[in-house]
Design a binder for this molecule. Structure first.
Ligand SMILES: O=C(O)CCC(=O)C(=O)O
Ligand SMILES: [Fe+2]
Length: 203
């Protein structure tokens, strides 16, 4: 019986068919959202907590060195991902977005937000191609829900997208250069992992 269950689980498609809903923003930016997309999200989360070689980073802020408030690991081009569902997810995203993106997703940047104190400040992923060209960053979220805030660089109202367990959120078009995003601190939050799939030369 155990054996059968395992076989079925392995046979099951890892991810639901991709049919995200698009929210068109100003300046040629957009976000796609598909709730509960990733298969076996619980198992992917647990595996990542235990097996990703998480490390802390520090950065210079004016005259001080401060801890980056989250743990990080980057799976570069060709690096095996820590769970087969993630490899499937990347393939499915590459296939679905290829006509629009023109290239595959090849890297997987991972962030571990240990609790509500961990966060990421306002920024765009503008190192490399995202500085001057349209591109995409596809985020799979695992664990506790957190808010992704987005705001136009020129000023204007921000929008919030809650990223829940297994949800897919794709930032596309000019989003990295005409908008900024952040994951703000919040009073109460359990652990959350974010996996960000990016094309070559987008950081
Ligand atoms: O936590 C997230 O999903 C977003 C992280 C992010 O924006 C980044 O690492 O560039
Ligand atoms: Fe980012």
């Amino acid at each position: 019986m155990e054996y059968q269950t395992t076989l079925f689980a392995l046979d099951a498609p890892g991810t639901a068919p991709l049919a995200p809903e698009r929210r068109v923003l100003s300046h040629g930016a957009w976000v796609d959202v598909q709730r509960s997309w990733l298969g076996e999200a619980d198992d992917v989360f647990r595996t990542m907590v235990d097996e990703v070689p998480w490390h802390a980073e520090q950065r210079q802020m004016y005259d001080r060195v401060v801890a980056v408030p989250r743990l990080l690991h980057m799976y570069g081009v060709g690096a095996p991902l820590p769970h087969p569902r993630l490899a499937e997810a990347r393939e499915a995203l590459s296939a679905h977005y290829l006509p629009e993106l023109g290239e595959p997703f090849v890297t997987a940047g991972c962030c571990f937000y240990r609790d509500g104190h961990d966060s990421v400040a306002w920024h765009g992923d503008t190192i490399g191609r995202g500085r001057n060209h349209d591109t995409m960053v596809a985020i799979v979220s695992l664990g506790d829900p957190r808010r992704l805030l987005l705001r136009p660089r020129e000023g204007g109202r921000s929008i919030a997208v809650t990223m829940g367990h297994g949800d897919l959120v794709v930032m596309g078009g000019s989003c990295q250069r005409t908008w900024e995003h952040a994951v703000p601190k919040q009073a109460h939050a359990g652990p959350r992992i974010s996996v960000q799939f990016r094309p070559l030369n987008v950081f």
